[in-house]
Design a protein around this ligand. Sequence first.
Ligand code: ADP
Ligand code: ZN
Length: 794
Amino acid sequence: MLSDSGLFQHPHLFTPLSVNNMTSAPQPPEDRDRQAALFDTEPPPWELAAETEVEAAVVVFSENPHGPFHYKIPLELQGVVQPGMRLRVPLGKRNRGVIGWCIGVETTTLPARALKDVLAPCDDSPLCNDRLVKLVLWMSHYYQAPAGQVFDALIPAGVRSGAGTREQVFFKPSSLALDDAQVAPLPTKQRAAIGHLLVAGKPLTAAELALLAECTEAPIRELKKKGFLLAERRRVLTAQGPARMNRGYQTIDIPELTEPQTAAMEQVLQAIGSGKQETLVLHGVTGSGKTEVYIRSIEAVVRKGQQAIVLVPEISLTPQTRRRFEDRFSDVAVLHSQMSGVERHYHWQRIRNGQVQVVVGARSAIFAPLPQLGLIVLDEEHEASFKQDTVPRYHARRVAFVRSQIEGIPLILGSATPSLETWHATTTGRATLIKLNERIANRPMPHVQLVDLRTPGERTGGAISRPLQNAVKETLQEQGQVILLLNRRGFATTIQCPSCGHVVACPDCDMPLTHHRDGGKAVCHYCDYQIPTPPWCPSCRFDGIRYSGMGTQKLEMEVKTRFPDAKIARMDSDTMRRPGSHERVLNAFREGELQILLGTQMIAKGLDFPNVLLVGVINADSALHFPDFRASERTFQLVTQVAGRTGRGNRGGRVIVQTFTPEHPAIQAASQHDYKQFADTEMLQRRKYSYPPLGSVARIIIRGPLEETTEAFADTIVERLEAARNKLSSEVRILGPAPPPIARLRGKFRFHILLQAADSVSLGETIRQAVATLKPVAKDDIQFVIDIDPMDML
Ligand code: ADP
Ligand code: ZN
């Protein structure tokens, strides 16, 4: 079976997942029964005799039943049906025609009569090449998600629906047209049309053929009627892509590489030349020029006639990064979340046809169907947004690693604050560490001052301490710019009655509502439930209800009050709803029209503005007390990243971090820009509890409308997990079921089970066995989801 599927496993360890092995994998007994039930029971007598060899397509579905099921490929479709195509096949007793994904074509000796025929292919050519099909099967196995649903995640909806396409009729010659004796007696024009079609060697539309044969479409219609031409319908792309921005003859500065960059490039070029998979970790402090290394590496790949993928946490947040790639490559496809289906389809076709050199996008860009992929780059590889929180719940870093193995190409993971998973890989020889220890132009790292909020003398009654207040004032006087980070949106984070203690909460989620001043509403940040903020206590009618806790809206008000002359912008998901709003605010900030930019973690990432002389962190502890083993890591990353937004110009920069726990190791290490100190301390913690990267974790979330039935179902899962563990004698720790921190969400009760093991294979196998035949009773309306390598414990 599968051995270690750790992130940086050996390539041979997932070879069992080749298409053939996957499809012949034993089906759960229930699936087999179901498949048998789907077929006719009365075979024609001549087929009862013996098992015949048949050409079969293996098909999976995104809906239940998911398959895989075998279908016979009729003679006329042999050679046409290929893995990665969608096929129309009959399903169920009624032989309903449904669309599934072909994951393999094989010769099998199943009794031929037990197989139904493939009805028709839905695509002219596969939507996934063999390597992507392999990736789908790996994802389906590892993340325990139906392969059909993985395909749906892989192929954008706009591509599946043929957004921006039109159906057209194409003609190809029939066997009559190949027979000179039949063709000779035809009128000249018709003979000419056949001749041109044969010469063209590909199906043509009537208009195209008429043009070549210099005739009208009438002779072509005549040929069709006489059976010389066969018509076939195909979808063709009519959409045009967005007009390319013409940047005119503006010259682009191509910097000369620094010494550390040159050294880094040598290692990257060696990996690119090796023709093998290799994972390179580019650990470079903020502002050390990592992006330039990515660009040069991609240039090398493009020179070889190959293409590259660059994954970034969220492209709309970093228009600067986007522009840097567009400046340096002639054909960049930027995939972002605000694209229409038509745009997506347009890019997808260009990518697949090899017309794009570089794809830049968020996590799903890892599936870009580049024909000659030569390099994958993950920038800010530590970012939690690389994990998808719906099925398939994949992590783009792990998928990127597997894709780089399938393709045999290098993978670059870049960060100033690498995830501990990645760090661990470098210390155990599974990845190569490349360091950029210094900022460009020897700029010093900014000085970080910790402000202890427990000291009464430092407090001011608002969110901004005395030292921060003074620093902002000085910075504004020096014409510098300021970034302030507060990781909570809204105005007040709790609305509580001081008389009876009642907290205004979401009726569907049980979580406190946040007061938003714009529109005077109370909002649930988990489900977006909204009510007008109650003027008195809804429970006891006391009319002095209190708004406490600080969100970005309140911070904005405080900043405006304290610095009335400064121009301020707020960046959080409330102000950034409209497409292009990030770019507008960031442009204004770059142009110096704004002095203070405040916001949530959105402003912590990737921005490069030399005039930012001060960064203030309002509350460094906000992420620290989450019930999550990654709380320290997140805090360290957030503080380090936001601190990195300053000191990028010649005028230096400083950072003020407000905290109630200045002695915390994560905050100490961040204040000293000491990644290694952080990583070493944190690894000890992880080792103590066998948390990743020293072990694997999975989570099962169960939700349902009734607390008792939901919990009872969760108990059943635990019993099955225990049974599976005993049967496999695997060493898996099973915790729960317990209510998670968000015990109710959107009106559903929730329970979760946490699983831990030293290796991901026994963990995965235990879960797979436990849930193989598990199905909640339909009337209970209970769902469960399996989250492998969860990033979120709420
Ligand atoms: P990082 O991604 O490591 O934070 P960037 O790649 O954004 O760093 O580089 C920081 C700044 O330094 C950018 O403005 C970039 O254009 C500039 N830069 C990068 N490499 C060089 C170089 N070799 N010489 C001069 N400037 C450079
Ligand atoms: Zn809610």
